[in-house]
Design a protein around this ligand. Structure first.
Ligand code: TMP
Length: 249
């Protein structure tokens, strides 16, 4: 499947159309952004690691019955995905306190929540992705009640699958962000799941192994991403098309 035209350039990925209107190519760049894109830095190998990380996680989620947009890897930095009609909302699940929750409530980090939280944020960099409610989504038509219910259900399912996967690898899945869209009228997981969009702490040392290393200038960003990928078994060897040749659409 060939890339045709650039459709959208995000902060870390570029999206291309293909000859098939139902499919897109996601290109994972080395760029890493913080502060809603005000701070950007490129890290060697990051695009490759996140592309393979995302492909691995999406395959695991598909195997658990969660519909995702993933089709297959195309190269070290590219994946073929279904074209979704994106819902402009970010779904966040939190198992422990961290990040914006800590700032918003003035509480300490690393409190285990009695029940995982499900939060909604409007995708809008200029407004710094404000937190919104299900009522806002319905009132402004960002997502219907039925779609929200499905997004919530799938987010909790993702949490169950991935909390276990990371726990088995000695990591705590603190929180993460998901984006959904519609494919043939069905709520489908889109965007990416990588250390850019979640918090992962080492179970023993509580060392941060995710984008907080970049946000907090802690150094060792790529080393942490690579270590997480290796711990959960993401194959990082150079891409070979042989594996996916029989899956071509
Ligand atoms: P937060 O603590 O900044 O609200 O983020 C919660 C989790 O969601 C954290 O793992 C980072 C992720 N996230 C993104 O990747 N992008 C976003 O735009 C937002 C709001 C959260």
């Amino acid at each position: 499947m060939q890339k045709l035209a650039e459709l959208y350039r995000g902060k870390a990925k570029t999206v291309y159309t293909t000859e098939d209107p139902n499919y897109l190519v996601l290109e994972f760049r080395n760029d890493t952004s913080a502060m809603d894109g005000q701070r950007i830095q490129a890290f060697d190998r990051k695009g490759m690691i996140n592309n393979k990380f995302n492909h691995f996680i999406m395959n695991r989620l598909e195997a658990a019955g969660i519909p995702t947009q993933m089709e297959r890897l195309l190269s070290d930095n590219e994946a073929l995905v279904k074209r979704l009609e994106m819902i402009p909302i970010e779904c966040v699940i939190r198992n422990r306190t961290a990040g914006s929750l800590v700032k918003r409530l003035g509480i300490t980090e690393n409190q285990v929540l009695n029940h995982p939280l499900f939060e909604l944020f409007l995708k809008n960099d200029q407004l710094h992705d404000p937190i919104v409610s299900e009522a806002y989504c319905k009132a402004f038509g960002w997502a219907s009640e039925a779609h929200l219910a499905q997004m919530k259900k799938l987010s909790y399912q993702v949490n169950d699958v991935l909390s276990k996967l990371f726990d088995d690898a000695g990591l705590i899945l603190v929180d993460f962000k998901l984006e959904f869209g519609l494919f043939e009228n069905k709520i489908t997981l889109g965007d990416e799941f990588s250390p850019d969009g979640c918090r992962l702490w080492d179970k023993k040392t509580l060392e941060k192994m995710d984008k907080d290393r970049f946000r907090g200038n802690l150094g060792g960003v790529i080393e942490a991403y690579e270590q997480v990928a290796k711990r959960i078994g993401v194959p990082l060897a150079p891409f070979s098309d042989n594996v996916s040749a029989n899956k071509k659409i």
